[in-house]
Design a binder for this molecule. Sequence first.
Ligand code: BG6
Length: 522
Amino acid sequence: MSTVNQVVDRQAEPLCQPTPHDIGEQRGPRPEPCLMVIFGATGDLTARKLVPAISKLAQLDQLPDEFAVLGCSRGRRSDEEFRDYFREAVAEFGDKTALDDPKFRRLAGRLFYEPADVSVLDEMHRLARRIEQLHKDYPLGNNVLFYLATPPQQFLPIIRGIGEVGLTNRPRASARGSGWARIIVEKPFGTDLASAHELNEALRSVFGEANSFRIDHYLGKETVQNVMVMRFANSIFELMWNREHIEHVQITVAESIGVEGRGKFFEQTGLLRDVAQNHLMQLLTLVAMEPPAVGTPDGTRDEKIKVLRSLRPLTVEDVVAGQYAAGEIDGKPVPGYREEPDVAANSQTETFLAVRAFIDNWRWAGVPFYLRCGKRLPRKLTEIAVQFQHPPVNLFRSLDCPVHPANRLIIRIQPDEGIALEFGAKAPGPRLCIEPVSMDFRYRGTFGQPLADAYQRLLLDVMIGNSSLFLRYDAVESAWAYFQPVLDAWKAGQKRLALYRAGTWGPNPPASGASESSWRDE
Ligand code: BG6
């Protein structure tokens, strides 16, 4: 039992805020030596995400003591040309200061390149020989980390090719390493339920589930991980985290950018497959899941699956698909989607998707979850807004001031990362007027340093074999199963695409859909 003294002591404690130095010192275990083989080494994802993450890890001295990268794609290039390409990508998308850092220069000497057409077995054999040679030349612990950063259609041939040339059952480890072969598979993982299942089967037979890492970079974001911390490391939120107190939840992944030269990829993908099936669903499961069993390595992934399986089957009526037309972003004119390079003039690809979801379990029955994602919306904004119920009785209803809105908890995933709790307060003055105010936690102000990029964290996790922030086979399939009825209906000609002007918040809500404020609220 707490005593008065204990209470007094607690009050006397200084507020302990971690300093940037404390955080900067945080380190996990150093990963074992390894060779990272990147398929799609000269593509968009490698340049924008992987190169900046790898070079930053080098700068922070967080890579394994012995580490090398073997880039692989179709085009002919020498090792030296690949090194130049890598440096240019750091300069364009990463932290330029890395280029002068001796730790980066050491890494640059360990960058290699091998051209290969992955659909040609002979070329996969040549790649395998190069991998063997690099292991002879450098003490890489006999460990290989494959990264599939190619267009999704190539995932299956690459996984099968790796299996056929025996790259996963190379001679077991030397004294320096444990001789593992792991694979990171980018998203979208498949194009529908059947293709995701086929990919899972291939992974299971070539790598096994323990060595298969299905990446969703949202799970590597600090603020996404903080959703669980907020809910389960504090007692105040969880008491109200249910249908008794929550009216609805909105999850938004808005971007002001268009397709950024990725028209070809986007035409085959669309926003349902690019963002909704993965990033949005992951955010949803984190908000809605039950607390995981303590000490169970797979506890979180088990709970997420239960949420996905409790989703009420989706119909086309619960979905609004849109496509941006020409408009303005930040006062500058931008073209419509159909005018983007590599996009068909009559394209039916969605660049906006809104979904009204229900989770039919005891905690959430009857609570709508409004999920939306879109390109060319007014600004970049990823957030979770939890709207609480109004108080049961409005004591202030006779006042002539406007009724204040119900409480909202806003979890800002990005930008301006943080959490705000909105509530009503009496505005100073003779009349009893209630104004909405906010208690605001901001990552930047509190912790004083920029947040690490998601790819940095996730790459290190794979190197140490920690799969907790990666998707399990069943989660990917359940998320596809949820969207499959809509994909089927669209394929059967039931896709209704609403155009919206670039720079607006997307098409209007459906007549029977959420209230205007639910769809429009920022
Ligand atoms: C990627 C999508 O997974 O996520 C892109 O393929 C999208 O289309 C990107 O732009 C958004 O990521 P972030 O981290 O900028 O929110």
